[in-house]
Write a protein that binds this ligand. Sequence first.
Ligand code: SF4
Ligand code: SF4
Ligand code: SF4
Length: 171
Amino acid sequence: MQQMTSRRAFLSARIRQEAGPIARPPGAIDHSFPQLCTRCGDCAEVCPEDVIAIGADGFPRFQPTDDPCTFCGDCAQTCPTDALNIDRLSDWPWRAALKPESCLSMNGVSCRICQDNCEQNAIRFTLLTGGRAEPRLDAALCNGCGICPGLCPADAIALERQPEAQMEALQ
Ligand code: SF4
Ligand code: SF4
Ligand code: SF4
């Protein structure tokens, strides 16, 4: 439990520092989330995959640690306000972003944790010389389930919010 708490805190810091805006649960309204969310915690409570954490400010944040989000929509259906809405579930703007220079495989250390855990098969490796391999992300396959950033031991993946135009191109 202590380990989980530390990991959550670490992931929280990573999302804040590198992705700018905080990832809210699926179906979150864009700009007025803090005004509409009552901080009841119901979305985190109901999530069967335990991918919603409550931040120090009391607001929920999207933070997978051991399992990916399945986009079941339970969080959005449970929300008593319009902070989360099932009709916005397909507008999920977050996707994985690789930093290959940090990847263990790029530095000659064998690792395929992200590939092995991606249910969308969105991450593939290309063999390079010197026993190295480069991870590549197929952005059209990634659904933003959020599990790979938390599993990567080298901090080589982050969740990033995609610009609207880019999201349209992916759909
Ligand atoms: S969509 Fe389902 S799995 Fe994803 S955060 Fe909401 S309740 Fe959890
Ligand atoms: S269920 Fe809705 S109102 Fe309650 S904490 Fe989650 S987003 Fe906020
Ligand atoms: S966030 Fe994307 S790349 Fe990462 S495991 Fe999920 S689907 Fe795969």
